[in-house]
Write a protein that binds this ligand. Structure first.
Ligand code: FDA
Length: 396
């Protein structure tokens, strides 16, 4: 006979950023909480994030920085637990941090400090952390849920799914949260990798092969959205922050437009150089504004060895467009293997934005990345995890 289920108030599935934040808040309200994770350690994505220094929030995080089928959904949680609220927790703990760029806040030391902040927070409120534990089954009961694991069962009134997205399966990411939502009748907005390098078709890749390793400050545009950050040519295609950002807006078959010297009027520069020193080739002028290999590749491709003096305005405009209006159709993305986040997820139409509770299943909550709310690169995704976890913690 199976041992009787342990009675508790709240079970949180997933000891990541969102799950631990929610558990701490529920514990502060006097709830008995158990956090279950199949991983051996909590907060593994926090640990590896931001190159080991965790970009734990963005000072300027606002709803405008998030993608979702319902862009208004995140307003309530971000307003009630904004970036400053998490910064206050970090400061109270004495964790030194710095702003790197564009409001992005990183630990001065190791990202483990953030993991410790959360695990100590769990201990302080007496929340139980069950690691290396697999969920076998979840059943709805008369007044809550029965969660069966390979290490016994738990009966709870509130169940919080904080199991994250599909990115980096090597680290234990699964489709568990989406499957659970579907089982309880919630809709799933189709998922796809976000904040991910883009790949190129073999012909273009061959042409760009000599550029692998070249980095440039660029603007990447998709329709009306554009990001100005670093761009990196790789052996497989394009990467760097500007590309990761635009990848979240890109769909297969779409074109993106790159400006490799976004603040320069390249046509005017070429025209002036033609007047001043017409003997030089376009590539040599371009190499004053772009990395040499890149300048050479563009100059060679567009005008060959021709001297500037022999180039018409039309040819100069073509060069300008090659630098600042370069249209590329990526072949695909590197996929979940390297994506930082998963776009799509539990449909926000099925959740209450104040509590993150499923509208049709009282007591069932979804928080963090599993929900169809995805932030830009730069600390926005952790902020969503903190905010959504915090609000659910006030209701469970
Ligand atoms: P998260 O993925 O953190 O946690 C989910 C937990 O659920 C995991 O512990 C997992 O083991 C567990 N789990 C999954 N399935 C389970 C199952 N079936 N049973 C039990 N447990 C299960 N964001 C940011 O803002 N700043 C940054 O610097 C970075 N950097 C970064 C680097 C890299 C390499 C990646 C991959 C991602 C980032 N991110 C980031 C994104 C950020 O890590 C991500 O958005 C949050 O971790 C999401 O928090 P969650 O708590 O929702 O999921």
């Amino acid at each position: 006979m199976n041992p009787p289920a342990t009675e508790t108030d709240v079970v949180v599935i997933g000891a990541g950023a969102a799950g631990m934040m929610c558990a701490i808040e529920a514990g502060r309200r006097g709830r008995r909480v158990s956090v279950i994770d199949h991983a051996r350690a909590p907060g593994e994505k926090i640990r590896i994030s931001g190159g080991g220094r965790c970009n734990f929030t963005n000072r300027d995080a606002s709803p405008h920085n998030y993608l979702s089928a319902n862009p208004s959904f995140c307003i309530s949680a971000l307003k009630r637990f904004p970036a400053q609220a998490f910064i206050t927790e970090v400061e109270r703990r004495g964790i030194a941090y710095h702003e790197k760029t564009l409001g992005q806040l990183f630990c001065d030391g190791s990202s483990r400090q953030i993991v410790d902040l959360l695990t100590d927070g769990l201990s302080d409120v007496g929340a139980e952390l069950r690691l290396s534990t697999s969920i076998r089954d979840i059943e709805k009961t008369g007044n809550g849920f029965l969660v069966t694991t390979d290490r016994g069962s738990l009966a709870c009134r509130s169940l919080v799914v904080a199991s994250g997205g599909k990115s980096i399966p090597k680290m234990g990411a699964t489709g568990f949260g989406y499957d659970t939502a579907s089982r309880f009748g919630l809709n799933i907005v189709p998922t796809r990798p976000g904040l991910v390098p883009l790949t190129l078709d073999p012909a273009l890749l061959e042409r760009l092969a000599p550029l692998a390793g070249v980095a440039v400050e660029a603007r990447a545009r998709h329709g009306r959205i554009a990001f100005e950050e670093g761009l990196l040519f790789t052996h497989r295609g394009l990467s760097g922050p500007a590309i990761l950002q635009i990848s979240s807006y890109w769909h297969e078959g779409d074109e993106i437009e790159l400006a490799l010297a976004p603040h320069l009027d390249v046509f005017a520069q070429l025209r002036d150089a033609r007047a001043a020193n017409g003997k030089q080739a376009a590539a040599s002028l371009l190499s004053t504004i772009l990395p040499k290999r890149l300048a050479h590749a563009i100059g060679e491709r567009e005008t060959g060895p021709a001297r500037l003096a022999d180039l018409s305005d039309k040819a100069l405009r073509r060069l300008d467009a090659a630098v600042n209006g370069w249209k590329i159709k990526p072949a695909g993305s590197e996929g979940y293997r390297t994506a930082e986040v998963t776009l799509g997820g539990v449909d926000t139409a099925d959740l209450d934005s104040r509590s993150m509770q499923a509208r049709s299943v009282p007591g069932l909550y979804f928080i963090g990345e599993v929900v169809d709310v995805t932030g830009w690169l730069g600390g926005y995704n952790f902020q969503w995890a903190w905010s959504s976890g915090w609000v659910a913690g006030q209701f469970v």
